[in-house]
Design a binder for this molecule. Structure first.
Ligand code: SAJ
Length: 422
């Protein structure tokens, strides 16, 4: 494929790796972001997010001259929109970023341009929201201007590898749009590229994440059942999953991140009467921090009234990343803060500032009454529990991820509690 000039609007967790990937595969990339901190850093070859190998790739792309950043779009062959699609506080899809990004490119659109929406969006966004705006350019859709939705599917922590290897869906507004966009992604995608229409592609992306959210809700409900019965949910799931057609996900302190905890609401918001299981699953996962608080209160049997110190290990929404968006651990903090007199200490080597964050582990555990393993970061696997135990006032440990070795903890005098067991 000839060298294309590609303008990527939104340089976050998806836009930036995508920009670096196209740039290191020979295209000229102009990254656009409203955040001048991101733009300035990028022009120096630097990044402000944590993602394995991304820093090296961005530096190579900027040094090669194929990647630069600015705050406004400019004329290009291709425009890729990868801006956030969050939910409002009342769980409605906030499409304002997609709308304003689409409007921002209209003055720069020219004959034969391609526009791609990567942001996860409710079904109908391309057809109902974007096309009317793009039509203001005066270009004929499908003849002079080609448009598709191609949702990203990458897993934070493995973004670069998954950008290349995952199968990718391309939903064009017509056949030619789909084919043009497919050929563009072929530049670096080694997985299959599957063509469909824009609305089907939008639905697929949301349902992939909703499937996981519903499955995790099932696991969390199972965890509560097992606690009641006094059996170990982790053992139940691992045995069930030996069945060739069963794949139960894992319970935990709740579901966070900008995808699973958000996308299902797009459907519930638009089709409330038709999405009962999806809604209940969201609510089940959102109930986990409160459930954990009940477990903590059950252990201390003090109604939250006494002076205690709780040390929470991990604050991010999942392991080995620095992202706290929608993290259920912050909800757990609110629960403890609002419903007990306990003091909270948060220890997470991946984040730099957060209420209750203590930078030093010894300080975080000193005189503590309970350790809660909230996030299974690698750093927590081989902690020196003998030393930690010596610093603590009472040696309770609540493991929400089935991560620790019970025998070892018991040997050092800990009372071990496990989510989904006892
Ligand atoms: N979680 C559980 N139990 C599990 C698996 C996950 O409680 O068995 C929790 C995690 O702790 C975390 C949340 O779910 O809080 C989400 O984690 P995740 O690793 O499942 O997903 P994300 O949000 O990091 O990335 C997802 C991925 N989607 C799927 O695997 C279907 C990724 O492929 C998507 O591209 C991404 O969402 C996205 O951008 O939509």
């Amino acid at each position: 494929m000839d060298k294309m000039k590609i303008c990527i609007i939104g340089l976050g967790y998806i836009g930036l790796p995508t920009a670096a990937m196209f740039a290191t595969h020979g295209h000229e990339i102009v990254g656009v972001d409203i955040n001048s901190e991101i733009v300035d850093a990028l022009n120096k070859g630097e990044i402000i997010i944590e993602e394995p190998y991304l820093d090296i790739m961005v530096q190579a792309a900027v040094t090669s001259g194929n990647l630069s950043a600015r705050c406004e779009p400019e004329e290009s062959d291709v425009f890729i929109i990868s801006v956030p699609t969050p939910i409002t506080h009342d769980k409605k899809a906030d499409m304002s970023y997609v709308e304003s990004a689409t409007r921002s490119i209209v003055p720069y659109l020219r004959n034969n341009n391609i526009v791609i929406l990567e942001s996860t969006s409710p079904p109908g966004t391309v057809e109902g929201l974007m096309l009317p705006i793009l039509s203001e350019s005066g270009l004929k859709l499908g003849e002079e201007l080609f448009v598709a939705h191609s949702p990203e599917r990458v897993l934070p922590g493995q973004i670069l590898m998954e950008l290349v290897n995952n199968n990718r869906i391309v939903g064009g507004i017509d056949r030619k749009s789909g084919e043009l966009v497919r050929d563009l992604y072929k530049t670096f995608v080694r997985g299959e590229i599957l063509l469909t229409d824009a609305t089907t592609a939008e639905m697929c992306k949301i349902m992939e994440n909703t499937y996981r959210d519903v499955n995790i809700a099932f696991a969390n409900e199972l965890a509560k059942l097992c606690e009641k019965i006094g059996i170990n949910v982790w053992e139940v799931i691992s045995l069930c999953n030996r069945h060739p057609r069963v794949d139960i996900h894992l319970p935990g302190p709740g579901v966070g991140g900008h995808c699973l905890a958000v996308d299902p609401w797009f459907i519930v918001d638009k089709y409330p009467g038709l999405s009962n299981i999806i809604k209940l699953s969201r609510e089940t996962n959102d109930s986990m921090p409160e459930h954990l608080l009940k477990q903590i209160l059950g252990i201390f049997s003090d109604n939250g009234e006494s002076e205690r110190i709780i040390t929470i290990l991990g604050a991010t929404y999942k392991a080995d990343i620095d992202d706290i968006r929608e993290s259920p651990i912050l909800e757990l903090v609110h629960e403890i803060e609002n419903k007990t007199k306990y003091d909270i200490r948060l220890y997470d080597p991946h984040i730099k500032c957060q209420k209750y964050l203590v930078g030093d582990l010894v300080q975080a555990v000193s005189n503590s009454d309970m350790l809660i393993l909230a996030v299974n970061h690698k750093e927590f696997k081989d902690l020196d529990f003998e030393q930690i135990g010596k610093q603590m006032r009472t040696k309770h440990i609540l493991d929400t991820r089935n991560y620790f070795n019970v025998e070892m903890l018991t040997k050092y005098g800990f009372e071990y509690h496990l989510l989904g067991y006892k």
